[in-house]
Design a protein around this ligand. Sequence first.
Ligand SMILES: Nc1ncnc2c1ncn2[C@@H]1O[C@H](COP(=O)(O)OP(=O)(O)OP(=O)(O)O)[C@@H](O)[C@H]1O
Length: 317
Amino acid sequence: MTIALKSTNLAKTFDIGKRLIGPPRAQVHAVHPVSLEVKTGETLGIVGESGCGKSTLARMLVGLTPPSAGTIEIEGKALNRADPAAFGRLIQYVFQDPVSSLNPRKTIQQIMEVPLRLLHGLRGRALDDRIAELFDAVNLRPEFLTRYPHEFSGGQAQRIGIARALAASPRILILDEPVSALDVSVQAQVLNLLAALKSEFNLTYLFISHDLAVVEAVSDRIAVLYFGSVVETGPAEKVFAAPRHPYTKLLADSAPVVGKPLGGAQAGELPDPLNPPPGCAFAGRCPRATDLCRAEVPDLRPVEGDQFAACHHPLDP
Ligand SMILES: Nc1ncnc2c1ncn2[C@@H]1O[C@H](COP(=O)(O)OP(=O)(O)OP(=O)(O)O)[C@@H](O)[C@H]1O
């Protein structure tokens, strides 16, 4: 099995309150060094509460946000920031809010033409034929091409967003909460479409969501993000059924209903990103925390087979 996407110690720090002279007033460590691998053809689900760094991680992986540290490799080659087109042909991003991710002043035809012209140099008949093929693949009618983004429902707009991402003929799609903004009935249609496209185009997915049930249903493997760090990874059928990190267990216990988002009173609150605690970031909410946890950040270590947990006192299976 080859590795489609690999990050090594990828990290992002945002400067808050920049000044003309001198250091910024404060820094937010949105993503602590994250190392992960997505195998070719698999779906890696990334799950975590709002503010845990999912979008920042995703945006770094697709080249939209420059990392503060670390490296990204796609199919074994290091990402070359000087050549965004080469990168765009390998990896594409599907946004959470489908309508606002499409330029409101352009027709769908014009929106679809951009990646095909820029990344593949298509013109004339070849361009139109490819747009027709992509529209067919996402089950949209050709007459939609002359319309503007605001004329579409959320589900249709997300199909257009997916078609636009596929226009690059990428190997990897980063799906950032791709169904969270859609009605529940439409969510299933879009998830089914994504599954069909994955096998049709031999794609690899990184699927980001705060919705545990959705992530569990679509993923082969899952990475749980807490406060900018991966705290647990493993096969999708293991991570929530037999969590080894107390945070994963908290998530699994607080979202027992299909479609129910994470968080809420039971899950408590994330630490202040401007004033992070020393040691394990979960220690303040963890029933198993000891002095060691409050002093030392635990590494992500194998607990069983392909399951890893960043915990000094992992749970029994
Ligand atoms: N441009 C920015 N400037 C400063 N801080 C930022 C910026 N973008 C994100 N952050 C901070 O980084 C942290 C992670 O944010 P991020 O949006 O990646 O989380 P998320 O898990 O995607 O959350 P959500 O699901 O709410 O989008 C948060 O504390 C956020 O406030």
